[in-house]
Design a protein around this ligand. Structure first.
Ligand SMILES: *[C@@H]1O[C@H](CO)[C@@H](O)[C@H](O)[C@H]1NC(C)=O
Ligand SMILES: *[C@@H]1O[C@H](CO)[C@@H](O)[C@H](O)[C@H]1NC(C)=O
Ligand SMILES: *[C@@H]1O[C@H](CO)[C@@H](O)[C@H](O)[C@H]1NC(C)=O
Ligand SMILES: *[C@@H]1O[C@H](CO)[C@@H](O)[C@H](O)[C@H]1NC(C)=O
Length: 516
């Protein structure tokens, strides 16, 4: 037990640096944006112009005030405990527990907890495999492959991406659109909503390019990049007494406010409330709590989050929730509403905000992301830098960008079956390889995504061992990402891609070391 703790403690400097992504002033201007979009041509649900007005022409009084709650980096018991301190005790106006978005990076992630968090209704999104800025394709796509294989997350449900350090380029956005992501959420809304030049746009599609971060990201804005149907969900900053000169984006509670030199929870709470009120009394653009939950952990060895800060954040949420029509949501829920903006009077019947818990018999022994069902059935994968658990069988080596889905280690246990395309996670029994769903209400079909070598369309299924094109549970377009087993089947050019991937992995590792 002690060894992993010691090793984990050595990761702390890395995690502290990972809060980076702070901004110090406006990251865009209307001149730099040079944005134009014709709302008569760009229409919901597939197109939305960057606009400070609510979607669908709704009056602000008919619009819910959404608070987006996100977390970044590895999913571990510590980080989920930290998030639960803020959300577990809450309900939205429809009586359902709030959901959040976890931008997951895979180094040090405990895969079974990803499954549990997803099955509990939260959104699992991509934050690269090894936490690198301006990531290459294998860091982005490898995350999808590993989350599908080892956490049983359907490919069609991994919709969003956030760049580590919020460091993205035009190429990052293009890679995301190519890999069939629905949205990015790395850009800042950096000018207060009550400033006439605000860049606090409602989520928009990139049919007419980006309108945020125009002063920061070379080659973006003025119509670029044009990615029809691909969404940007800006991250909305809080502002202290200095207004536009005092933005606080991620983990605002770690910053000193108002140009002071030390953190003051009372000052943080004050400006968080003021910024919230400016949104609420204006066009109700969403507001966000963008967290690195490790900083708020009371259980992580070596971290001592101030209890006063935790209480302050709960105080903010209590206060916000006392106001009418305030909803705490995941990005995916926010986007469902933006695509189909119903007035607040109809929100109680709005399906994406409803409570959803899979109807699986509590006494069933099945490794499915429900703690009571899967108790005792997890595989323990004892890798030295971070041991993890999974329902889907341990890989023979740790997933990496060069090989996100290594063959399954089967020397000590029979192979487990990975989530196929026609069964949803809580109903899939990876040990017996069968779907326990037998009603229409739990029917499910996953999609393939063009995330393999040379854009090959991948789907889930199989056992992660040698490729067998006739395997019954592998869809017709299943191509494994395990180069070693399938060299003869891959089109030319794959080997150079794999090689580049390995170089990327080495550079990624060096990056980690230099940050330490
Ligand atoms: C990993 O998950 C297992 C199973 O839920 C749990 O017992 C263990 O405490 C977790 N460890 C961490 C560090 O998340
Ligand atoms: C973003 O990443 C690029 C390439 O990795 C690096 O050169 C640049 O310094 C980073 N920018 C920031 C603001 O971290
Ligand atoms: C992947 O699927 C899409 C849509 O069906 C298709 O257009 C594309 O050619 C496929 N890619 C490959 C490499 O087969
Ligand atoms: C899923 O597909 C497999 C293979 O095609 C088939 O045997 C199985 O019955 C399907 N399961 C469900 C629940 O439709």
């Amino acid at each position: 037990m002690m060894l992993p703790f010691v090793l984990l403690s050595t990761l702390l400097p890395l995690l502290v640096v990972a809060q980076d992504g702070s901004i110090s002033g406006p990251t865009s201007s209307s001149q730099a944006a040079g944005y134009s979009c014709d709302p008569n041509k760009c229409k919901l649900p597939t197109c939305n112009c960057a606009s400070t007005s609510p979607p669908g022409g709704l009056k602000p009084s008919d619009v819910p005030q959404f608070i987006v709650f996100t977390a970044d980096d590895a999913i571990q018991s510590y980080t989920l405990d930290a998030v639960n301190q803020f959300l577990a005790q809450r309900k939205n106006p429809n009586g359902c527990p709030p959901k959040m978005t976890y931008f997951t990076s895979l180094s040090f992630t405990n895969y079974t907890l990803v499954t549990d968090w997803y099955v509990a209704g939260n959104e699992i999104a991509d934050h690269t495999m090894t936490h690198v800025g301006t990531p290459p394709a294998d860091e982005i796509n490898g995350n999808l492959i590993a989350l599908n294989a080892l956490a049983g997350i359907p490919l069609s449900d991994i919709k969003g991406f956030r760049a580590p350090f919020l460091n993205y380029s035009v190429d990052t956005l293009k890679l995301l659109a190519q890999s069939a992501f629905t949205y990015d959420s790395s850009a800042a809304a950096s000018i207060p909503v009550d400033d006439p030049d605000t860049d606090a746009f409602w989520p928009y599609t990139l049919d007419n390019g980006m309108a945020n971060d125009c002063l920061e990201v070379p080659g973006s804005c003025k119509g670029e990049p044009k990615l029809p149907g691909f969404w940007e969900i800006p991250m909305y900053a809080f502002f202290d007494n200095r207004g536009v000169a005092g933005p606080h984006l991620m983990d605002p509670w770690l910053d000193a406010a108002n140009g002071q030199s030390t953190v003051d929870d009372a000052a943080t709470l004050d400006y968080m409330k003021k910024t919230f009120t400016a949104h609420y009394n204006g066009n109700r653009q969403p507001i966000g709590l963008y967290t690195h939950p490790i900083h708020l952990s009371l259980t992580y060895p070596g971290v001592n989050a101030p209890k006063s800060t935790i209480a302050m954040i709960n105080n903010f949420l209590d206060w916000a929730q006392e106001q009418q029509n305030v909803w705490i949501v995941s990005n995916e829920q926010l986007l469902e509403w933006v695509k189909n903006p119903v007035p607040v009077s109809q929100l109680n019947d709005f399906v994406p905000l409803k409570c959803s818990s899979p109807n699986v018999d509590a006494s069933m022994k099945i490794c499915n992301g429900v703690p009571q069902n899967e108790n005792g059935l997890l595989s323990h994968c004892a890798f030295s830098d971070f041991p993890f658990y999974t329902c889907y069988g341990c890989p023979s080596e740790q997933p990496s960008p060069a090989n996100p889905n290594p063959p399954q280690a089967t020397s000590s246990a029979p192979a487990r079956h990975r989530l196929p395309t026609n069964c949803s996670t809580p109903f899939w029994d990876p040990i017996d390889g069968k779907c326990v769903c037998n009603s229409d209400s739990c029917k499910f079909t996953d999609l393939s995504r063009p995330i393999g070598p040379n854009g090959a369309n991948l789907t889930g299924g199989g056992t992660g061992s040698d490729f067998n094109p006739s395997a019954a549970d592998a869809g017709p377009s299943y191509v494994p990402f395990n180069g070693a087993a399938v060299s003869s089947r891959l089109p030319q050019g794959v080997w150079s891609a794999v090689l580049l991937g390995s170089v990327g992995a080495v550079l990624g590792a060096l990056g980690v070391i230099s940050r330490l």
